[in-house]
Write a protein that binds this ligand. Structure first.
Ligand code: IMP
Length: 433
């Protein structure tokens, strides 16, 4: 079956949105499988920047149906605003090209409140650095079986009853544990039942569409948010998000079955960034970090926070490729490395007098690892406009080849500039034009 997963192999912000945007021109459906509006995909099209938080990037392609799977958590207020923004930018959004799973959970105001209050209360050094969008609390409620699903917003009476009982519990927590004021269930009800009305035409059985499309041999693209080092199970726990950003999320978050999938594309930036707290072995300081941030415009699409920057971490990348069964790499932002006299790739972690290539589960081990680097000569040329490997500066091509050697996974796409068409394909290994 010719379906593809696109997922991040670092701590998010790898440039998945533009890879999805590119592949979506060759597929029939795009389905997002986890996360919420903690994600922000920036896409540059016709010189205009569009930031998508909920709607899959496939919406920008005329031929594609965009779906939000049950594993996603939705802030309906944000989604409604996003649909309006897309429409005014000239992208028609309607139930004929966009649908939401009836089973997706709703981010409620108390989730945002709890997220923000908790972060504020955490002592410095113990903060997660969440995006403050209510992501942890909404997934918590999902697994505690007190969540509100999109479907509930369209069934007013049952919704009211459920909301009153859930909010009694959540309000007690907000007041007694977090020491803040409780929220009024009636106001929340009025507002959210309104979103239910607006979004009703989009709410559907997405898993059935995925299954049917698979049976019909359609090409489906499964779009991940965040990155696998932020995965709740395989990431740098507890400095992670609250969903399975990695491969597992595809199945639980859309109803797809493994036999549908033919390729798993791991998106990796040519260097590494992280936003929020948590260990980051190859983090740089000083001029290198500043230059990567400046040249790569490394500021969060969702929160505007400066991203922490450092060299490509081959140990973390290999771990992410392995835990997700990645079959091809999309290497993004290679152009950002232009102008560095030397470029580096971390090939091992020094710990306790020896060097390991394994990515440790222990935070304290990870925090005390010393990256060992391989240094390569850099290049000065501007890469924008290069469309084939033989036109890349030799040192840039050497860098790409070295990534392939160190990981054993072919590099399929290399992006070389911010515009939609600034990329090259090194081989036809995933889905041809
Ligand atoms: P949360 O997902 O808002 O709970 O945040 C948990 C951690 O994941 C924080 O370190 C966030 O900065 C990080 N995070 C969440 N979403 C993204 C993303 O889309 N890109 C990069 N980091 C993210």
């Amino acid at each position: 079956m010719p379906s593809i997963v696109v997922l991040g192999t670092q701590w998010g912000d790898e440039g998945k949105g533009r890879i999805v945007d590119l592949i979506a021109s060759r597929t029939d459906l795009v389905v997002r499988y986890q996360g919420g509006n903690n994600a922000g995909h920036t896409i540059v099209t016709d010189g205009k920047k569009i930031i998508l938080h909920h709607v899959p990037s496939g919406i920008l392609r005329e031929n594609s149906l965009s779906l939000i799977g049950n594993g996603v958590v939705i802030d309906p207020k944000v989604l409604v605003a996003e649909i309006d923004a897309l429409r005014s930018a000239g992208y028609p959004v309607s139930p004929s090209n966009f649908l939401i799973s009836e089973r997706a959970h709703v981010i409620m105001p108390y989730h945002r409140e709890i997220d923000l209050l908790r972060e504020k209360r955490r002592a410095s050094g113990r903060k997660i650095g969440t995006t403050g969008r209510g992501i942890g609390p909404v997934y918590e409620d999902k697994y505690a079986r007190r969540g509100i699903r999109m479907l509930d917003l369209t069934e007013p009476e049952a919704f009211r009853n459920r909301l009153v009982s859930v909010m009694a519990e959540r309000n007690a927590y907000i007041e007694k544990v977090l020491g803040a004021e409780s929220l009024d269930p009636e106001r929340v009800y009025e507002e959210y039942v309104g979103y239910g009305e607006v979004l009703r035409p989009f709410i559907s059985d997405v898993s059935a569409i995925v299954r049917r499309s698979g049976d019909e041999g359609k090409r489906i693209l499964f779009e991940g948010a965040q990155g696998s080092l932020l995965d709740i199970d395989f990431g740098t726990y507890p400095y992670v998000t609250s969903s399975n950003a990695g491969l597992g999320g595809v199945f639980s978050g859309t109803g797809a079955v493994p036999a549908l999938i033919s390729s798993i594309v791991g998106v990796a930036k040519a260097y590494t960034t992280r936003v929020g707290e948590g260990p980051f072995p190859t983090e740089e300081s000083g001029e290198i970090q500043d230059a990567l941030r400046r040249e790569g415009e490394e500021y969060g699409a969702t929160t505007g926070r400066s991203r922490r920057c450092g060299w490509l971490d081959g140990v973390a990348l290999n771990y992410a490729l392995r835990t997700n069964g990645v079959t091809a790499i999309a290497l993004t932002k290679l152009d950002v490395l232009s102008g560095f006299e030397k470029v580096k790739i971390c090939t091992g972690y020094g710990y306790n007098g020896s060097v390991t290539k394994e990515f440790p589960a222990s935070l304290s081990v990870l925090e005390s690892c010393e990256p060992s680097y391989e240094e390569m000569d850099g290049w000065d040329e501007d890469l924008a406009g290069i469309k084939s490997a033989e036109h890349l500066p030799p040192n840039a091509l050497r860098f790409v080849k070295r990534v392939e050697e160190l990981t054993g996974v072919p590099v399929w796409i290399v992006s070389v500039g911010p515009q939609r068409d600034m990329y090259l394909e090194l081989r036809d290994c995933v889905v041809s034009r």
